[in-house]
Design a binder for this molecule. Structure first.
Ligand code: PLP
Length: 389
């Protein structure tokens, strides 16, 4: 841990903790893309450190070192997508095992859990912001808790320290999908989580140009098991994508700073808008998780969800945005707007969606690094504010 915290965060986005890893051939300043499937053996039963790229590859190892360093992990495995990372983690469990998860989750995670349910894993969807109700779901078969905080898309905040204490008391693994805040704002492993997952497609990459994922852990034994499964199931990230992710992470800190600055301004603007009925952003003091988030994270991120007066206005906004792109996904330098009900959360059961407020007037905004005045002007024209003046 000490080694990984030697430099400040901004520096750690650019340089691995082990500076010897920077000694690339010919003194190359950026890591080469080792586009090779195999590595020759120097002698019988000998290895130069890498043998076969499904198992390990120098470009991937460099990326994994950077992410471990940012998350305070002992090891990280880079996967071909966020879903590949979550699938890999589920391989740690056996038929009959029970997992407790947040009732508000990325829609793809819910879809994967349904698939796994057919094969014998059991899941309970619980309000993880409420510890009392949560405790009642723990049973002898319970093996893990899977949460997102803030959750996707309603931005609910769960108390990581309290949940981790509860998990320790009951010998449950705490798995946190840290995609929404990224390690720049939040380090769940340092708050007691056992495993941290990222859809690196989002903030870590930051440019909407690759699909990638990662699994980090602070425990050596667990790390060994995850490596073993990773090598076996073979969903590791390709060398080229590893290179692009390393490149993206270099600017993680400055992107996140600028994205959050824009998001705070936009959330305040939305909050004052007469046709917006509710804003879900943990950076607003009235957000129910504001204090907990402040205690466990270094910021609020740049994801905002909001409800407008009716579905006509929601559709009008989606059809009229010009600078902001109507597209799924999040976390990149480009601002995106989504309609969770029919896109990211289309597969979430309707009654759960309704309970959470993911209805036909609910929109999700991923705020990018464009100029704030341009973003606000685009929102104003998409809402039709200018027409009414
Ligand atoms: C996008 C996303 C995922 C899935 O990641 P992919 O890289 O798209 O496979 C998982 N969790 C969260 C919170 C996400 O936003």
């Amino acid at each position: 841990m000490e080694k990984s915290m030697k430099y400040e965060f901004e520096t750690r986005c650019i340089h691995p903790a082990n500076l010897e890893l920077k000694q690339h051939p010919y003194g190359a300043v950026s890591i080469p893309i080792y586009q090779t499937a195999i590595f020759s053996h120097p002698g019988i039963g000998e290895s130069r450190g890498h043998n076969y790229s499904r198992e390990s590859n120098p470009t991937r190892a460099y990326l994994e070192e950077i992410i471990s360093n940012l998350e305070g992990a002992v090891d990280t495995v880079a996967c071909s997508s966020g879903m590949a990372a979550i699938s890999l983690v589920l391989e740690l469990f056996s038929s009959g095992d029970h997992l407790i998860c947040s009732n508000d989750l990325y829609g793809g995670s819910t879809r994967l859990f349904t698939l796994q349910q057919n094969k014998g894993l059991k899941f309970s969807y619980v309000d993880t912001t409420n510890l009392k109700s949560f405790k009642q779901y723990i049973r002898p078969q319970t093996k893990a808790v899977f949460i997102e905080t803030p959750s996707n898309p309603t931005m609910q905040i769960s108390d990581l320290k309290k949940i981790s204490a509860l998990c320790q008391a009951h010998k449950l693994l705490l798995i946190v999908d840290n995609t929404f805040l990224s390690p720049y704002f939040q380090n769940p492993l340092l708050l007691g989580a056992d495993i941290v997952i990222h859809s690196a497609t989002k903030f870590l990459s930051g440019h909407n140009d690759i699909i990638a994922g990662s699994i980090s852990t602070g425990d050596h034994k667990l790390a060994k098991r995850i490596r073993e499964v990773s090598k076996t199931v073979g969903n590791s990230l390709s060398p080229l994508d590893c290179y692009l992710l390393i490149r993206g992470i270099k600017t993680l800190a400055i992107r996140q700073k600028s994205q959050q600055e824009n998001a705070l301004k936009i959330s305040n603007w939305l909050n004052r808008h007469p046709r917006v009925s509710k804003v879900y952003y943990p950076g607003l003091i009235e957000h129910p998780g504001y204090e907990i988030n402040r205690n466990q994270a270094r910021g609020f991120g740049s994801m905002i969800a909001f409800s407008v007066e009716n579905h006509f206005l929601a559709k009008k906004i989606l059809e009229n945005v010009q600078l902001i792109t109507y597209a799924e996904s999040l976390g990149g330098v480009e601002s995106l707007i989504t309609y969770p009900m029919i896109q990211t959360h289309g597969d979430v059961p309707a009654e759960i969606r309704a309970k959470l407020g993911i209805t036909d007037n609910f929109l999700r905004l991923s705020v990018g690094i464009e100029n704030i005045d341009d973003l606000l002007a685009d929102l104003r024209q998409a809402f039709g504010d200018n027409d009414e003046i």
